[in-house]
Write a protein that binds this ligand. Structure first.
Ligand code: FAD
Ligand code: S2G
Ligand code: ZN
Length: 477
């Protein structure tokens, strides 16, 4: 436990460890590290440090361990579960990885890239493209989120159905452990069966087991042709059938399949400058379908046309447009990627990031929408997401012209409506955003007790003092 006088000594030692450039003191800059992207979670920190190297990260961890002070690792601070901000005690140190931005190696023949944790996702995508390769992780926050945060949250995004989540894209890790030692696990091997696969303990652990300082990531052959379509649908059941139609024709060239409800699109049309509806009339649901191939002229447009032909024949599609060039592709993706920001502008939203088996999505949507409307007449459900992998974002906005506070006061009750429905379809209450603090206490009700017991055992082994991102992921108990 931190004694009150331990902090001044710790701050002095931290200053020596990371130098003036590594200690954030400007009040505005400090504040930006203490509140999450949505402004939903905030805390106080004893210090905010930005170490420039793995050795400096290790030094900070050792000093905090010596003072009994918790360490909160932070990347781009775009997480949506409150995992990257400190608690209100003022006795935690925020350790930002954002100065560790080196791309250490790119090995085209081995199809790997070795990057430090603070490298922004978009920079890795660009470095891969410059080497005529693809790093496929893609999500709305890619201009700010970091590879360390992507690994710690096992990020998903829009290409999971073809390339998997971050867990599927990593080959090796460098991690500073809770005792300050550094695990040098930066192996770029696709086969390495020498005991337990330790890296996977840290992927998705949200900084509660150690601090990821670098990673070896998989690269893929560059995409040279793409076909993108926006399709109006009568409902989620048509979306699920459309996936099958497209997949039967395109196989693993289907690299993106996003759905969104009309409410989602209406918020984007209302709040995103320049956004326009591709169709003259409103439709209940939409799908954004994308095929891609490494061949330059793979005839993907024809494949999409064939799929849409069948979709119209079977009354799965109400209208459709195939993007005619990169500007239209970008506009369609902006419609999709703009949902989160647009809903933020509309007002407070209650976010639920869930997965159910793809085949159960129509029944899940029907049941959940009905239960939510019964609980809050006029509630506006922004349902959208990566339906190709069963992941829907069920983000709730209050009824128009109703009271913010009254709506927020029902957050727990409405979360249980969504999560009870999710688990009734054998789903998960956290698909890709993780647990943080947002869902920590819900794990007691929604996680298998044996799984929680095993997780606690791993935590006790790797972080016996409980100083790695304290209070995140695992409920007390
Ligand atoms: P942070 O928010 O800084 O941290 C996230 C968690 O990881 C925290 O618990 C933190 O303590 C821990 N952490 C950070 N760095 C390290 C490290 N080096 N070592 C150990 N622990 C660390 N997520 C998706 O999965 N799919 C999406 O489609 C998606 N879309 C988004 C769209 C928008 C507009 C926004 C704002 C967010 C979206 N997110 C999405 C959520 C978020 O971008 C991801 O969770 C992302 O991986 C977080 O990266 P970050 O660097 O911002 O991490
Ligand atoms: C997405 C973003 C976060 C949200 O857009 O795919 O993961 O739920 C989400 O607003
Ligand atoms: Zn998402």
């Amino acid at each position: 436990m931190t004694t009150p006088d331990a902090l001044p000594a710790l701050l002095a030692a931290l200053h020596d460890a990371v130098g003036p450039a590594g200690l954030v003191t400007d009040p505005d800059q400090v504040r930006s590290h203490l509140t999450d992207w949505r402004g939903a979670y905030s805390g106080e920190a004893a210090a905010v440090v930005r170490p420039a190297s793995t050795d400096e990260v290790a030094a900070v961890v050792r000093l905090c361990r010596g003072a009994g002070v918790g360490v909160v690792p932070q990347g781009g601070n775009t997480g949506l579960c409150g995992g990257a901000v400190p608690d209100a005690s003022g006795r935690q140190v925020v350790l930002s990885l954002t100065r560790m931005r080196r791309i250490r190696e790119l090995d085209p023949a081995n199809q790997t890239i070795t990057v430090e944790a603070g490298v922004v996702l978009q920079s890795v995508q660009e470095a891969a493209a410059a080497a005529d390769r693809l790093f496929p992780l893609s999500l709305g926050a890619e201009g700010s989120c970091t590879i360390g945060g992507n690994l710690a949250t096992n990020a998903g995004g829009t290409a999971v159905l073809r390339y998997g989540t971050m867990r599927d894209l990593v080959l090796g890790l460098e991690v500073v452990l809770a005792d300050g030692r550094t695990w040098h696990g930066l192996r770029g091997l696709r086969k390495d069966n020498t005991g337990y696969d330790l890296k996977h303990l840290f992927v998705g652990a949200e900084g509660t087991l150690g601090i990821i300082t670098a990673a070896v990531l998989k690269l893929f052959p560059a995409v040279r042709s793409r076909a993108t379509a926006w399709v109006a649908l009568p409902g989620p059941a048509a979306a699920v059938e459309l996936i099958e139609v497209v997949r039967a024709l395109a196989g693993d060239r289907l690299t993106g399949f996003e759905v969104m409800s009309r409410q989602s699109v209406e918020f984007v049309l209302a709040h995103a400058a320049g956004a326009r509806d591709p169709f003259a009339e409103a439709h209940p649901w939409y799908a954004l379908v994308e095929l891609s191939d490494t061949l330059p002229d793979a005839g993907l447009g024809e494949v999409v046309e064939t799929a849409l032909g069948e979709a119209f024949e079977r009354d799965l599609a109400l209208d459709a447009v195939i993007a005619s060039g990169s500007a239209q592709v970008a506009a369609l993706w902006a419609l999709r990627e703009g949902i989160s920001e647009a809903q933020n502008r509309e007002g407070p939203s209650l976010k639920h990031d869930v997965t159910v088996p793809v085949s159960r999505i129509p029944a899940f949507v029907e049941q959940t929408d009905r239960a939510l409307a019964a609980a809050v007449p006029g509630i506006r459900v922004v349902a959208y997401g990566h339906v190709g992998d069963g992941n829907l974002h069920y983000n709730l906005s209050k009824p128009a012209d109703s009271d913010d506070a009254a709506f927020r006061a029902r957050a727990d009750e409405l979360a249980r409506v969504v999560y009870d429905s999710t688990v009734s379809f054998a789903g998960s209450i956290s698909a890709e955003h993780g647990v943080g603090v947002a869902k920590r206490d819900l794990l007691t009700d929604y996680e298998d007790p044996l799984e929680l017991e095993l997780m606690r055992g791993v935590k006790a082994l790797l972080d016996p003092a409980g100083l790695m991102n304290p209070g995140k992921v695992l409920p007390a108990g």
